[in-house]
Design a protein around this ligand. Structure first.
Ligand SMILES: Nc1ncnc2c1ncn2[C@@H]1O[C@H](COP(=O)(O)OP(=O)(O)OP(=O)(O)O)[C@@H](O)[C@H]1O
Length: 462
């Protein structure tokens, strides 16, 4: 009991310190519901029941929390965020509260949150910030946004299912939630369910184990809008695919809206049954790409305004220039530099930003280097010139190595399809998708291509 009191007191001190240094909307949004579950020497576990809050804090405030505890305790600590602990009405867990840095665990489904009360209820799974109003439209997301708006205005209308794909952190979940919020605003009684395909899988497995399949089916086959994130996780899971196929059919036949997201086009998801691939493509398939500089700057400006940050154009442009791939990271960087400035009271300049963001900047620099290196190594291996990788020439002895280089750029770097295309003489992302498919086929059919690709992969991965 004594330990519990000390733990609570410690957390109250740290929290009070945070409330002094953080802008009040940030503190109110993310820190008021946090409780201290464990403070054991160097290990601190904080818990919050809203999965998104846990996710957000984990991504953006872990350093800050660790520093604040360190300041209070006088030694370094490791802070972990859990969203898995009982409410007062639940039984005590049999195991230790499990820590949840993994994103999938944090994405939970809760039926019918009201958009406006979503955050307050502490249980809603549509992030209240993920609205259309908060979404900055760029050329990278114009079609995805327009399709989402159409679905929000007319569920199960022209675009059913809506299949949205794109790389991580580019706004797929944001748009899905925005659709959910919008539909619930117009029809508060609509049954809108959002969950990841991984959670769907886990629930299905539990339903089999607990003999509650009928209940599981009733639950997902009686919704008005099903928002399923990250369907690439269905890959290779035959029984889940079978179940999902029937869920999909039931909903589709009853004219309910289905909105799916994935990190790649459906036909590029390995080991996904062709009947699912074809159903995923029945409605509208659209992608979302990495934003250009202007869009990144506009997103940062909007986020800064939301968080009440006072940030100079110079710093804002610096972040927008260097973090190009992932909007989650872009936002994380903004929060990091602004929290630092507000904590220390020091104004921000480029040198401080370089220091604070050194990890992200290094990674970005590495990524830039990679495509160029891949092109040079591939050209060297096939005895071509580097310029052949960028040229429009199409003889097979150049076209195939160029496709291999594109394929390797996708496999070995985190660059988007669009960026890879640009690096290869300004080609579009469709050309890169085509190149990757071609190489996939050649690797299966042609031993010499397979050996070349394997060899190049091995030397480039060193
Ligand atoms: N166009 C945008 N305008 C404003 N914020 C955006 C935009 N796109 C993404 N974001 C923000 O970036 C963060 C990451 O977006 P989101 O979670 O939707 O990405 P995702 O594509 O679903 O990623 P993952 O594949 O990892 O699930 C969120 O905080 C989201 O609000």
């Amino acid at each position: 009991m004594r330990q519990l009191t000390e733990q609570t007191q410690l957390w109250e001190k740290v929290r009070s310190e945070l409330s002094q240094v953080l802008p009040s909307d940030i503190y109110q949004s993310w820190f008021t519901d946090l409780v201290c579950l464990e403070a054991n020497g160097e290990n601190i576990v904080l818990g919050v029941q809203n999965a998104f809050t846990a996710y957000w804090i984990n991504d953006n405030y872990l350093d800050l929390l660790a520093k604040s505890f360190q300041a209070e305790l006088g030694h370094p600590v490791t802070v972990k965020i859990s969203n898995d602990f009982p409410t007062e009405s639940e039984e005590a867990p049999k195991e230790e509260p499990s820590v949840a840095p993994v994103r999938e665990r944090l994405v939970t489904e809760t039926p019918r949150p009201k958009a406006s009360s979503a955050k307050k209820s502490g249980e809603a799974n549509l992030n209240p910030r993920n609205t259309f109003e908060n979404f900055v439209i760029g050329s990278n997301s114009q079609l995805a946004h327009a399709a989402s708006i159409a679905v929000a205005h007319s569920p199960a209308g022209a675009y059913n299912p809506l299949f949205l794909y794109g790389e991580t952190g580019l706004g797929k979940t944001h748009l899905m939630h925005a659709v959910g919020h919008h539909i619930l605003q117009n029809r508060p009684d609509a049954r809108v369910v959002y969950l990841s395909s991984e959670k769907f899988t886990n629930e299905f497995i539990s339903a089999i184990q607990e003999n509650t399949l009928t209940k599981f089916r009733q639950r997902y086959r009686n919704v008005d809008v099903l928002l399923i994130d990250d369907v690439q996780f269905l890959s290779g899971k035959e029984r889940i695919q079978e179940e999902f196929f029937h869920t999909f059919n039931d909903l589709f036949e009853s004219q309910k809206q289905i909105f799916l997201s994935s990190d790649r086009p459906a036909n590029e998801i390995a080991k996904l049954e062709s009947r699912l691939v074809s159903r995923f493509q029945w409605g509208l398939v659209t992608d979302i790409q990495a934003p250009d500089f202007e869009t990144r700057a506009a997103i940062l400006r909007k986020k800064a305004l939301q968080h009440n940050y006072d940030i100079s154009d110079e710093v804002l442009h610096f972040i927008a220039k260097h973090i190009v791939k992932n909007i989650r990271r872009l936002e994380g960087a903004l929060i990091k530099v602004c929290s630092y400035s507000s904590l220390t009271g020091k104004p921000l300049n480029i040198a401080t930003c370089e220091q604070l963001l050194s990890d992200v900047l290094m990674e970005a620099a590495k990524q830039q280097l990679n495509i160029d290196t891949i092109q040079k190594k591939v050209a060297e291996y096939f005895e071509l010139r580097h310029s052949d990788m960028l040229s429009r020439r199409r003889p097979a002895h150049i076209a195939v190595p160029r496709q291999i280089a594109m394929y390797l750029s996708r496999e070995l770097t985190k660059h988007s399809l669009q960026e890879v295309g640009e690096a290869f003489g300004g080609r579009d992302h469709g050309t890169v998708i085509h190149a990757c498919k071609q190489v996939d086929n050649l690797v299966e059919q042609d031993d010499s291509v397979r050996h070349s690709v394997e060899y190049l992969k091995s030397i480039l991965s060193k």
